[in-house]
Structure formats: C-alpha cells, structure tokens
Write a protein that binds this ligand. Structure first.
Ligand code: SF4
Ligand code: SF4
Length: 477
C-alpha cells in the first residue's frame, strides 16, 4: 500500500487501511462543509447541508474507529503515534493547530467572519446560517456563533467519545468515565440549556418588551471556571421575577457547588470527579484530545511554570470577583478609583476567559497537548488542585516492585506528570495537577498503578510527598 510522507522531519507517516481511509474521507467532507461556509458560502438548503455535516462527523468517526480497532484484541494501542504527522507535531499537526486557533479567534472576536449577524432570521450567512434550522427548532430564533460552537463541540465529544470507548474497551473505568462525559455534555451542557432557552427560561423579555438578560443554565458550570457568575447582569438575571423559581435555584446551586459541594467531593475522590468526568473542557480534552496526550511537556521546568501560573490565575479571578461583588453590593462601578469593568473584568475575560481557555487551550492541542488549559490556566482546576494536594483521600498507589520502567505512564500522562519516577520509587502519586483520567494506569503493562480513595493518613506512603525544591525533584522529609 502506498505511503504518503506528511511529516516535517521526514519520518514516514503510518499508512491507513481502506476502512480508515473511508472514515477519514467522510470526516474530510464534514471539515470541507465547515471550511467553505466559514469562507462565506451560504447554502440555500441549510437543513440538508447541516444534516450532511452532522452525519459525516458521526459516520466518519465510527467508520474510522471500525477500521482502526475491528479484528484487534482489546487493549490500548497507540501504534505509530510518534510517526503520524498529526500526533507528533508534523505538518498536519501544525496545520490543524493553526486552523483550530484561527477558528477560536474568529469565534471570540470576529464572529461576523463566521457569518454571524445578530438580528432576525435569514440575516446570518455562511457557517452560522448553516445552523439556523437547528437553532430555530430549539429556540425559535436564528443561531449565534455560540450555538454553532456548542453544537459542534457536543457532536465532536460524542463521536470521538465513542472512538475512545472502543479504544479503551478493556478498561471499565475508562468506559464508564467516558459515558458520563458524553451524557454530561449532551444533556447538562447542551440539550437542557437549549431547551430552557427555547422555553424562554433564560432568554425572556418582560411585559414592556425589556430584555431581562441571560443566565447560564449549565448546572456544572461553576465559579471560578464560570468567571462571570457574579457579574451584575448575571446576578440580576438570576433574580429577575420572570425567571423564578429557576433563576434563584441556579444562584443558590452555583454558590453551594463552589463553596460546599466542590470541596467535599474533591476531598473524597479528588478533582477527577470534575476534570475527567463532567467538565466540558475536560470532556473535549479526553475525547478529541486523546490523540495528543503524549505531547504534554514532562520537563521539570514545565512543572514549575504550571505551579506558578495556575495559582496566579486563581488569584487573578479571586481579585476580579471580589471587585465585582464590591461593585454589585455597593452599587458602584469603581474600586479604589479604578473602573471595575475596564481594570478587572475586561482583562480577565480577554486574557484568561478567551485567549487562554479557547485560543491556546484548544487551538494548541496538536502542539502542546490536550490539557494546556486544564494544567496551566483553569482556576477551577487550581482550586480543586489545592484541595487534592493538601486535604483529600485521593492518591495513585504504585506497586514499584512490578515496574519495568517502560515509561508508558509518563508518556501518556496528559498533565505532564512523570508517573514513572514515582513508580520506580514505589511512591504514591499525590499531585495537585492530576485529573484522575486513569490513562497512566490503563496503559501500564504491569498493573503497577491504581487510582484509590483511602484514609488521609499514610496517603504519601512512608517517605512523604515528592516536591519541587531549589535542588529539583526530591522527597520532602
Ligand atoms: S497521573 Fe495518571 S490519572 Fe493523573 S493525570 Fe496523569 S495519566 Fe491521568
Ligand atoms: S507504565 Fe507501568 S511498568 Fe511502565 S514505567 Fe509506568 S508504572 Fe512502570
């Protein structure tokens, strides 16, 4: 079978079998529809083309999965991952990274170039107009760029989640976890909020035609990840009489989940309950990003950088939110003479909310790995990471005597944790950044690693935690 060299370094790309090629071609049809509508083409029959697009995403992923895993014994196979251009920072990987990044830049700052025209039905063009029929079905109004994004996001998590389940089918933890990821995204993040919006539960006008504002109805989107939860417009909308009792329920639930629910659950099972089971960012990282998990940096310098940056983001969002609450309760727009929007909310929204979480966090999957945002930038991950590190029952235990130092665990740890270093010492892994995806354990050929919840005493094993010091990687006595 002819092989095509698509790699920067001159390595030969792994050739695809016939079924994989068929799946890839179907997937390329979906990508083609997105690109030509993004380029400005508006179809006359959007129902037909949208149906074709969504069908191609699902069928392409399923056919590719069949071609990859049919007839093979169960067991995780990452064959050729460092020889494929798109999974080893080759030409295809860079091209994908550039396209993803460009998409996020347009999504956040130039939605008009995706075809978005806020207004009445029929004024959207291109890519956004393509999704008008589905938006009309749910909400009775044309699509926005965020509806396009949410629909594609959900379709990708479901289709590549199915691929993930087949790949990891011998592992009950991975299968169960991924089903929960898919269900969370489909129902909590997509269908329920869209259906509620269709019922005007969070998108209504009052009797005089005054728009009452919008509030987030995704019950798992919690502060500090949902950084605008306490913004004036969001607080007002949740308390608007027309939105009761649901609005106040979301307000109380959001505060409860952040202040009480999250610490308690994280204490018992670690941050994995959120990062690897229900979070949308984690959901995309685990499914669409699975092919890129080996690209996360394992360097000590990356670990040092990670500790600084994620905690600084947590401080940043806390200060911004305190300023916001001060303004809300004191009925003022400024704090210490500084405009709260211009000096606190806008910089956070631009730098962290958009550039870091979207443009870098997902756009750079093929270059920096699938958890750049979760590892370096997510304040929710930072918040739970502190609990996980200092007050939690979660740990990964290692049966060091069985370790053959193959390095699979470190290679496929998406958070860049050098799992092998712990395994070689027989040291428990207690790290704030571990999202409990369990892939290190799944790819270990010797059954060395086990994700466990147990008593806090002895959580670090006999030797105490491994920490970073000025002398590098050492045991903390
Ligand atoms: S240490 Fe294991 S469970 Fe934790 S993030 Fe890395 S691969 Fe996932
Ligand atoms: S994958 Fe298992 S055997 Fe290989 S280095 Fe890691 S713990 Fe050791």
């Amino acid at each position: 079978m002819a092989e095509i060299n698509l790699s920067i370094s001159g390595r030969k790309a792994q050739s695809l079998n016939l079924v994989q090629k068929l799946g890839a071609i179907i997937g390329l049809v979906a990508i083609g529809i997105i690109l030509i509508t993004w380029g400005g083409l508006t179809f006359k029959n959007n129902v037909l083309w949208l149906s074709l697009l969504l069908s191609c995403i699902f069928i392409g992923a399923i056919v590719y999965t069949i071609g990859t895993y049919k007839g093979k014994t169960a067991g995780i196979k990452n064959d050729g991952v460092f020889h494929r251009s798109h999974t080893s920072r080759g030409v295809v990987g860079w091209a994908a990274g550039i396209v993803f990044t460009a998409f996020y830049i347009f999504l956040y700052w130039y939605p008009e170039y995706l075809g978005y025209a806020s207004g009445v039905e029929g004024t959207n063009q291109g890519l956004v107009a393509l999704f008008d029929p589905l938006s009309m079905f749910f909400k009775g109004k044309p699509a926005s760029q965020w509806f396009v994004y949410g629909t594609l996001y959900t379709a990708i998590i479901i289709s590549l989640g199915i691929k993930f389940i087949v790949k990891y089918r011998n592992n009950r933890y991975q299968v169960t976890r991924t089903i929960v990821v898919i269900v969370s995204q489909l129902f909590l993040a997509y269908l329920i909020p869209e259906i509620l919006a269709g019922m005007n539960y969070n998108d209504a006008v009052d009797a005089s035609g005054q728009y009452l504002g919008w509030y987030d109805t995704d019950i798992k989107n919690v502060w500090p990840l949902d950084y605008d939860f306490f913004y004036n417009w969001h607080m007002d909308a949740m308390q608007a009489p027309a939105y009761q009792p649901l609005g106040m329920t979301y307000l109380v639930w959001g505060i409860f989940l952040f202040a009480i629910g999250t610490p308690i659950i994280t204490y018992y099972v670690g941050k994995r309950w959120y990062c690897s089971w229900v979070c949308g960012c984690g959901g995309l990282a685990e499914t669409a990003g699975d092919s890129y998990r080996q690209l996360s940096s394992k360097k000590l310098s990356a670990w040092k950088f990670e500790r600084w940056i994620i905690n600084l983001v947590l401080v940043f969002v806390s200060i911004m939110t305190l300023a916001t609450l001060y303004g809300y309760f004191m009925n003022t727009n400024s704090l210490f003479g500084l405009d709260i929007y211009a000096y606190f909310q806008k910089p956070y929204g631009f730098i962290i909310g958009a550039a870091f979480s979207g443009v870098i966090g997902v756009g750079f999957y093929p270059i920096l790995g699938n958890r750049v945002w979760c590892r370096f930038g997510c304040p929710m991950a930072g918040y739970m990471g502190l609990i996980q590190r200092f007050k939690s029952r979660f740990r990964i235990t290692t049966n060091g005597g069985q370790c053959i130092s193959c390095g699979n665990c470190s290679t496929y740890c998406e958070q860049g944790i050098d799992v092998r270093a712990y395994a070689q010492k027989g040291q428990n892994i207690v790290r704030s950044s571990c999202v409990g995806c369990g892939v290190c354990s799944s790819v270990c050929p010797r059954g060395v690693l086990k994700l466990e919840n147990g008593p806090e005493e002895g959580r670090f094993g006999n030797e105490g935690p491994i920490v970073l010091g000025n002398d590098g990687f050492k045991l903390d006595q």
